[in-house]
Design a protein around this ligand. Sequence first.
Ligand SMILES: *[C@@H]1O[C@H](CO)[C@@H](O)[C@H](O)[C@H]1NC(C)=O
Ligand SMILES: *[C@@H]1O[C@H](CO)[C@@H](O)[C@H](O)[C@H]1NC(C)=O
Ligand SMILES: *[C@@H]1O[C@H](CO)[C@@H](O)[C@H](O)[C@H]1NC(C)=O
Ligand SMILES: *[C@@H]1O[C@H](CO)[C@@H](O)[C@H](O)[C@H]1NC(C)=O
Length: 246
Amino acid sequence: MLGGSVFTAIVAASAASAHILLTYPGSRGNNLITNETHPYGMQWEYPCGGITTTKNRTYWPTTGGAVAFQPGWFQGHSTAFLYINLGFGTDGPHDGPMNMSNSMVPPFQMLGPSNSPFSGTVCLPQVPLPKNAKVKAGDLATIQVVELAQHGAALYSCVDIIFAEPGDPKIAEVNESNCFNTQELGFADVYTITVHEPVRDEEPLLSTSGAEETITMWYQSKHKQYSAWRWLGWAPVAIGGLIAFA
Ligand SMILES: *[C@@H]1O[C@H](CO)[C@@H](O)[C@H](O)[C@H]1NC(C)=O
Ligand SMILES: *[C@@H]1O[C@H](CO)[C@@H](O)[C@H](O)[C@H]1NC(C)=O
Ligand SMILES: *[C@@H]1O[C@H](CO)[C@@H](O)[C@H](O)[C@H]1NC(C)=O
Ligand SMILES: *[C@@H]1O[C@H](CO)[C@@H](O)[C@H](O)[C@H]1NC(C)=O
């Protein structure tokens, strides 16, 4: 973990909210930056917070492994949703993955101590590979950590990896100094309660000449339902028995 003085200095350098620091197995680099090129802050830029694919890849086990990060740099993070995804290969933009659509863990919620910046660290000691993934030593991939802030925008941080057999000495050791969970952070499962089943029409909406009218009517009826839900005070997502976004 970084020393308190470094933490304070970086926090003082920006009034922006949020930010992740990926600490294990490494990161593409420092994207805790707001400047003229990135006036809203680099880390909000999909898919990897403004840093393109790097050449200095880090080794990570073919059987999955540890991922650690500090989610509370800058203010505004008393709660956040976290996602960890993998992108395969180098056939996509900037010699990176084609997409970052492969979830490694179910999304979870982090409960921070307050909206002030905090230095707490999250350690997931055994993040599995995405479902049905087949990788071998030497394959290239990118791990993406997404932190969904309270207002719905997302922060991105990535690390480019090379897979290695578990136990390969090229894989950085995981220990209590680089992968640990701070007491000040809590976690919650995220699940949904369906409050209204979607109406799925038999006919595709756009297939008729009256498509425009159909869509207008569809929109109006959905809109009415949405207003009614709000009026009833229902929220579509509940977390650990508490209503989120209330
Ligand atoms: C790769 O290099 C960048 C720039 O020097 C550095 O910030 C980053 O931590 C390095 N990443 C790894 C995984 O070594
Ligand atoms: C802002 O920071 C990024 C990352 O370091 C850099 O690439 C870019 O040139 C900087 N822009 C300005 C205007 O300094
Ligand atoms: C994502 O990229 C993989 C290759 O890494 C490809 O097989 C898959 O079809 C892509 N998925 C989407 C939704 O684009
Ligand atoms: C933990 O592992 C890192 C390498 O990932 C190493 O640099 C560090 O010395 C280790 N710390 C302890 C306390 O073993």
